[in-house]
Design a protein around this ligand. Structure first.
Ligand SMILES: [Ca+2]
Ligand SMILES: [Ca+2]
Ligand SMILES: [Ca+2]
Ligand SMILES: [Ca+2]
Length: 278
């Protein structure tokens, strides 16, 4: 009798990208060692084990079983199993396709030839840092903006695949500081940080604008009432300047020359605001 076993280069192990939606098929090839004069039947079924590395049937792939029939003279058939895409980070997931019983042929005695391991390769991102924002990341790096424009998804993928290892950070750009730095932008965009990042990526950088003319700590150091109200909250401070301070004629750098920033930061951080003059 012929011997039946998985065959082809992927007969022991095959891998497939998970995908993010819908399903796609993986195929395992099965062959007879020689043609048969009568029909050969081989049963097959998927299986998993418990544990993190294993896929879940019905969720990660569609449990599949059935019988392959080789007509007389046929020596090769294929089993197809559906892999289910999703966008959840799960790491690698595996399942087996097993040949379980044969009629008119003998199952290979080599176990590894009667089970095909399918590895579903993760293509989803693990969690992002809380402060990660794709647009701010693009705005922070001219080379990335040149490569990816305003594509936040591409930015996120870059961060995971390269940027993180390169030591890049997502928050070199601060939309509020940018809006606070330019009256025309604040007039156009108010306090919309997303619009600010989009403007900087698509126009502002090319116009030679800088993202950090405004420094919240300078502004706080310049006005005792603001320091009393906001402490060292630079976000609130930038909001104040955009929504009120500029219209009130306040000057963000009234007191603190940039050269003395380190000292100012120390003062702001360590002394109660009632010691300040306004
Ligand atoms: Ca996926
Ligand atoms: Ca899973
Ligand atoms: Ca999955
Ligand atoms: Ca997944």
């Amino acid at each position: 009798m012929p011997v039946v076993a998985f065959s082809g280069p992927d007969r022991y192990l095959q891998s497939t990208q998970e995908g993010n939606s819908g399903t796609h098929a993986v195929t395992a090839q099965v062959s007879l060692s020689a043609p048969s004069l009568s029909t050969v039947a081989v049963q097959y079924a998927t299986s998993t084990s418990s544990g993190d590395q294993w896929a879940t049937s019905g969720v990660d792939f569609t449990a599949t079983s059935g019988t392959l029939f080789f007509a007389p003279g046929e020596t090769t058939k294929a089993i197809t199993v559906s892999v289910i895409g999703d966008t959840v980070y799960e790491g690698r997931e595996s399942f087996f396709i097993n040949l379980t019983e044969a009629t008119g042929a003998t199952l290979s005695l080599n176990d590894t030839e009667t089970r095909n391991l399918v590895d579903i390769i993760n293509d989803d991102l693990s969690s992002l840092p809380d402060n990660f924002n794709g647009l701010d990341y693009l705005a922070s790096y001219g080379d990335l903006a040149a490569a990816f424009g305003t594509d936040e998804h591409a930015a996120t993928i870059h961060y995971f695949t390269n940027g993180r290892a390169e030591g890049r950070v997502a928050d070199n750009f601060n939309g509020l500081d940018y809006l606070a730095s330019y009256g025309d932008l604040a007039a156009a965009f108010g306090t919309d940080e997303r619009a600010a990042a989009l403007h900087y990526i698509t126009k502002g950088r090319a116009e030679g604008r800088v993202a950090d003319n405004f420094n919240g700590l300078d502004y706080l150091a310049s006005y005792g009432d603001l320091a009393a109200a906001f402490g060292t909250d630079e976000h609130a401070t930038a909001l104040h300047y955009i929504t009120n301070g500029r219209a009130e004629g306040r000057v963000p750098t009234l007191i603190a020359p940039t050269d003395f920033m380190m000292q100012v930061e120390g003062v702001v951080a360590h002394y109660p605001s009632d010691l300040w003059f306004s």
